[in-house]
Write a protein of this length. Sequence first.
Lengths: 46, 316
Amino acid sequence: MPPSMSRDKSQAIARRRRIRNRAMLVALLALSALFYAITLAKMARP
Amino acid sequence: MNEPSALLPTATVAAPDPGLAAEASLRDWFTLLKPRVLTLVVFTGVVGLMVAPGHMHPVLAFAATLAITVAAGAAGAINMWYDRDIDAAMRRTRHRPIPAGRIPPDAALGYGVVLALGSVVVMELAANTLSAALLAASIAFYVFVYTMWLKRRTPQNIVIGGAAGAFPPLIGWAAATGSISALPLILFGIVFLWTPPHFWALALWANADYERVGVPMLPVVAGARATRRQIVVYTVLLVAASLLPWAAGYAGAVYGLSAAALGAGFLVSAWRVLTDRQDAVGRSLTKDAPARATFKYSILYLFVLFAALAVDKLAG
C-alpha cells in the first residue's frame, strides 16, 4: 500500500480483503461440498 | 490517471483507486454478475428443467440450476468488462464497478472467465455433455456474437443476440433429459421473440444514452416511430408463439388461458407504445411512459408465462 495512505483507508482495505478472503473460502468449501453431493447423487442412481 | 478508451475515444474508464483496487466490496463483485437479469434467466431455465419428462435427482437439478445461474452471471461480467468504455459514458451504467474504478478490468475479466469455465464443468458433472455444451454455447454466443460483434454494429443486435437469453429453457430441458425436442425449442422461440420488444421498450426511453455512445440500437438508427412499429410486430409474433405449447398439445388449459391473457396484456401495452403522444419525428411527449410500462410488463409477462407452464405441468 502507498505510504501516503491514511490509516482509515488502509484499515478499510484490510477489512475488505479479509471479507473477500472469507468469501472465497466459503465459495471453495461450498464447491467441494457440491462436488461431493453430486458424486453421491450419481452413485445412488440405478 | 484515467484510462482512455480505445473503443470510444470520448469516454474514459476511471482508473481503479490505487488504494482500493481489487479491494472492492462483495456487493461490487456480485453486481458484476448483473443480478437483476439473472433471476428471469434462471427461472426460465428451471422451468425448462421442471417441465421436461422424467425425474432428475434434486441435488443434480440444483447443481444444474446453479450452473445456469453462474454461467449467466459470468457472461454478464465479461460483458461489463468489454463494455466498460460505453458504460462509462452512459448515465444508466456509469456507476457500475468497472467504469467507476472499483474493480480493475483485468480482475473482472478473470472473474468472468473462471466462473464461465466452472459453470460448464459443474453442468458436465451434474448433468450431461449436451447441456454443458449448450451452456458453453450460450456463454460464447452472448460474449462473442452479441457483445463483441453485433451490439456496436447493427440495429438487429438485440434480435440476433437475444438468442443467448433464450438458451436457458433449452439447457434446463437438456440437463434433465439429455436431449432436445419440440417443446424446449418452442420455449427458446418464445424468449427469442420476447427479447426485441423487451429491449426496444428500454431503448426508447434510454435512447439518449445509446445515442451518446454510438450503440446502434433501433431507436438511434431508425428512429422512435419505426421502433414502435417493430415492437408491435414482434409482440404479435411473440403472442402467437406463446400459444403454441397449448395449440400443439404440450400444455393444458392453465397455460393456454394464461398465455392468452398475458398476450392480450402485452398487445395492449405495445399498442399504447405505438399510439404514445409524439412529436413530428416520433419522439415521445410523455417521457416514454408507455415504453417504460411495457418494459416492466414484459418482465412480469415472461415470469408469469413460464410459471403458468410449470403450474400446468404440476397440475397435469
